[in-house]
Write a protein that binds this ligand. Structure first.
Ligand code: C2E
Ligand code: CA
Ligand code: CA
Ligand code: CA
Length: 278
């Protein structure tokens, strides 16, 4: 609203009210959508870039609202985190993703690890370890075939993060640090973290072929990971130029549009079959 109101304050308040109305609407819609299970999951392949084989997939939640259309995760995940709805939504993603992965195994596809994004709030919940174990038992998925992606911020925001992750890891679940390099990563504390994989943030990959600093950071992460016995995956790989540099620098795993965009469950199966034929 560009027009000036009779007093600026009233106008400001109206805009504020509109904004929170939109949020309240969206929150209500999300609550309904969780109950009605109107979410679904896309799966993006993770690749071994040394031999171009699929090694796993990341589950990415999708919301297609019947009237509002597609709502991107960057819009509803933050709201779900603020409102606490991330707890039931995150649980749904975990259960549904594990179930789907088990189903692919039953169908005879080679065992692949599914990566599921975990919000801090979800991981900080006192019952999270039991909940995840319950879901694994219920879906009969081997814990080795589940990976949780957490961001560096969990270690800053929540005291028991390392303990919780260690417990999960003791049961065979893999842990990966998402968006690595963007958060509060001090290289000195990494050695204490119960982590299997560092996922290099897409922002460093985006300009790796034009920007020496980005390449230097990627190389530093690779060296660090090698020393600590951790695995590294590059996210947001879009071009052959980027892939060539990653390969040269000794990064063995990648994910991004170059290999495939996130796919529906059905399309992911087709992708597996096609990849196998090559
Ligand atoms: P993220 O975990 O960093 O996921 C990577 C995002 O990059 C995804 O966006 C993916 O579709 C996109 N992407 C993959 N390859 C490429 C590429 O080559 N180029 C570019 N430009 N983008 C690529 P998406 O699906 O919109 O998800 C956005 C964020 O929402 C995720 O970022 C994650 O933080 C969050 N999110 C998605 N699903 C879940 C979930 O089930 N639970 C939680 N807690 N968060 C989720
Ligand atoms: Ca992720
Ligand atoms: Ca990421
Ligand atoms: Ca991200």
């Amino acid at each position: 609203v560009k027009e000036r109101g009779r007093n600026g304050y009233a106008l400001f308040k109206t805009e504020m009210e509109e904004k929170s109305l939109e949020r309240i609407l969206l929150e209500n819609e999300m609550r309904k959508a969780i109950e009605l299970e109107q979410f679904h999951i896309d799966y993006q392949p993770k690749m071994d870039i040394t031999n171009n084989e699929v090694i796993g997939m990341e589950a990415l939640v999708r919301w297609h609202h019947p009237e509002l259309g597609r709502i991107p995760p960057n819009k509803f995940i933050p709201l779900a985190e603020e409102t606490g709805l991330i707890l039931p939504l995150g649980e749904w993603v975990l259960r549904h993703g594990c179930k789907q992965n088990k189903e692919w195994q039953r169908k005879g596809y080679k065992p692949l690890r599914i990566s599921i994004n975990m919000s801090v709030r979800q991981l900080a919940h006192p019952n999270i370890v039991e909940k995840i174990q319950e879901i694994l038992t219920e879906t009969e998925l081997d814990p080795e075939l589940l990976e949780l992606e957490v961001t560096e911020s969990v270690f800053a925001d929540f005291d028991h993060a390392a303990d919780t992750l260690q417990q999960l890891r003791d049961s065979g679940i893999h842990i990966s640090i998402d968006d690595f390099g963007t958060g509060y990563s001090s290289f000195s504390y990494i050695k204490y973290l119960p982590v299997d994989t560092l996922k290099i943030d897409a922002s460093f990959i985006r300009d790796i072929h034009h920007n020496e600093e980005s390449q230097a950071i990627v190389q530093a992460v690779l060296t660090l990971a090698r020393t600590l016995g951790m695995n590294v995956i590059a996210e947001g790989v879009e071009s052959k130029e980027q892939l060539a540099i990653l390969h040269e620098d000794g990064c063995n795993q990648g994910q991004g549009f170059l290999f495939s965009k996130p796919l529906s469950g059905q399309d992911f199966e087709t992708y597996l079959i096609e990849a196998h034929k090559k």
